[in-house]
Design a protein around this ligand. Structure first.
Ligand code: GLN
Length: 538
């Protein structure tokens, strides 16, 4: 039977609940326990896919095509578990389900209420998303005390009562601030946060206290006394240089042993060798190399979370200390490329809408003409096709119909716009959402032998995740190929272009999919590693 670990947060947001959840999952997995993870988000949006990355951070895409919260990306980077449509629920989605049922008359005239109808819906989704693993870790978004998260907290409280404390454990993550003027750390916010949690019926079993400075044993005992938590179960998550050290520091303080004891788990000993090895490689990185990411969504560290991590993984695994410099795409719109000077590699990531697109195209021109290794992801590949069409094939003002509906040369377009003319494309699965149709989730791609892509993956068939509406227009395939563009990857039915490359360039690759979603620190990702190696060796 699945045992549940619920993780709540207090005092302030952004303490890294997702990293703690993911790290704990990874430690437990190393003890031969199977682990699933769920994120519950208190906001009302039904479709996180429509939320602005600048405000809410990246939209992470699962293998089965769900557009979700970026914390799911953390889970997949630490744990060998593929999250799915059943791994992320928002308040909006829960209410949507209940309201639909109410409209169908399924409640048989009874009064529909937060308790029990909303809470029951939450509980049933948690059970469904556990996939009957040994352990299901459930992270509750927001901070305790928020009005929005109350139904979720109530639902997990009820699960504790229903299952008992051998099947359910609660971890509460708080902040223990350091007050410079007093030269002291302060435990009061943690005491208040636990008081708040207890007032809604949950006594945490374990506290993970985030702090800038070390929390002494005396302070741990003080926190324990005031919160009714055992002193050994007060764990200090001190700030670290790198998020992949968190499993090591949590294990060192015995977090997993406490869980094993509380949930009465029978399992093997912990083995965190792979995290140790990763740390060793990271601290031994030497030659610093600067690459540029041509971005449009502010709040870069969150908006491009998986991308930042994927580059870091590739750097560590290839022995290169990669420094990422973000360049605002709009600043490159006037053809002044001085901001790109000295870049050793250029990445144009995914995006929606025309803001900054001409700047991205200029950056790609710079990479192509100056032989700078280039990786274009999704919109980045599309922009590379536009740049090549305009500047090499003389298709003046060629564009994507996303940016210019009436362009004379729609080298990128919606399939529906050119489908009938070629007659070659069978329409793909449609995932309908508010925005219309989107190609989402994991799909097969066939690689051309002797391409850069094939050299990277060392396989002719790969699976990668997608999130886009527009496609390479096959009508322009021949003319682009004649001018030196290589079609290095296509969908398994060979109707959709998945990867483009260039002849006569050290390393230039655009892919229609998002490789960043599947990069893990321990294994890296073949495409990012090939990109970083091309920089290192060029
Ligand atoms: N806007 C483009 C499309 O919808 C690219 C999307 C992306 O980069 N994820 O096809």
């Amino acid at each position: 039977m699945t045992k549940y670990i619920f993780i709540t947060g207090g005092v302030v947001s952004s303490l890294g609940k997702g990293i703690v959840a993911a790290s704990l999952g990874s430690i437990l997995e190393s003890r031969n326990l199977s682990v699933s993870v769920i994120k519950l988000d208190p906001y009302i949006n039904v479709d996180p896919g429509t939320m602005s990355p600048s405000q809410h951070g990246e939209v992470f895409v699962t293998y089965d095509g769900a557009e979700t919260d970026l914390d799911l990306g953390h889970y997949e980077r630490y744990i060998n578990y593929k999250t799915s449509k059943s791994s992320n629920y928002t308040t909006g989605q829960i209410y949507d389900k209940v309201l639909k049922r109410e409209r169908k008359g399924e409640y048989l005239g009874s009064t529909v209420q937060v308790i029990p109808h909303i809470t029951d819906e939450i509980i049933s989704n948690i059970k469904k998303g556990s996939f009957e693993k040994d352990i299901c870790i459930v992270e509750i978004g927001g901070t305790v005390g928020d009005i929005e998260s109350l139904p979720f907290i109530e639902a997990i409280r009820q699960m504790g009562v229903e299952y008992g404390r051998e099947l359910v454990s609660y971890i509460h993550l708080t902040l223990v601030p350091f007050i410079k003027a007093a030269n002291e750390i302060k435990t009061k916010p943690t005491q208040h946060s636990v008081k708040e949690l207890r007032s809604i019926g949950i006594q945490p079993d374990i506290l993970v206290c985030r702090s800038e400075k070390n929390i002494s044993n005396d302070d741990k005992e003080k926190i324990a006394l005031f919160t009714n938590v055992e002193a050994k179960a007060v764990i200090n998550s001190i700030d670290v240089d790198d998020i992949y050290e968190v499993p090591l520091i949590l294990h060192k303080q015995g977090l997993d042993d406490i869980i094993v004891e509380k949930l009465n788990l029978s399992c093997s000993k912990t083995s965190l060798d792979s995290w140790q090895k990763y740390k060793k490689k990271r601290i031994n990185l030497k030659n610093k190399v600067h690459i540029k990411i041509i971005a449009k969504y502010g709040n870069y560290s969150e908006s491009y979370k998986s991308l930042n991590e994927a580059i870091k993984h590739a750097g560590v695994n290839s022995g290169v200390n990669i420094q990422i410099d973000y360049v605002d795409a709009e600043k490159l719109e006037n053809s002044d490329t001085s901001l790109l000077e000295n870049s050793k590699g250029i990445i144009v990531p995914g995006g929606f809408g025309d803001r900054g697109i001409e700047g991205k195209i200029n950056a790609i021109k710079y990479a192509r003409e100056n032989q700078v290794p280039f990786l274009g992801i999704c919109l980045g590949m599309q922009a590379a096709v536009i740049e090549f069409s305009r500047n090499v094939c003389n298709l003046k003002n060629a564009n994507s119909t996303e940016f210019d509906k009436n362009t004379k040369y729609p080298v990128i377009g919606l399939i529906e716009e050119w489908l009938d003319k070629t007659g070659s494309v069978q329409y793909r699965d449609i995932n309908s959402n508010i925005g219309g149709t989107m190609r989402l989730g994991e799909q097969e791609c066939l690689l051309e032998k002797d391409s850069n892509a094939y050299c990277a993956y060392k396989s002719e068939i790969i699976l990668e995740r997608h999130r886009h509406r527009y496609e390479f227009n096959n009508e322009y395939k021949e003319i682009l190929k004649k001018n030196g563009l290589i079609i290095a990857g296509q969908s398994s039915d060979k109707t959709l272009v998945e990867i483009i490359e260039l002849k006569d360039h050290p390393w230039f690759l655009g892919c229609q999919f998002h490789p960043e979603f599947t990069s893990k620190p321990i294994n890296g990702h073949p495409l990012f590693e090939a990109f970083v190696r091309s920089i290192r060796d060029y």
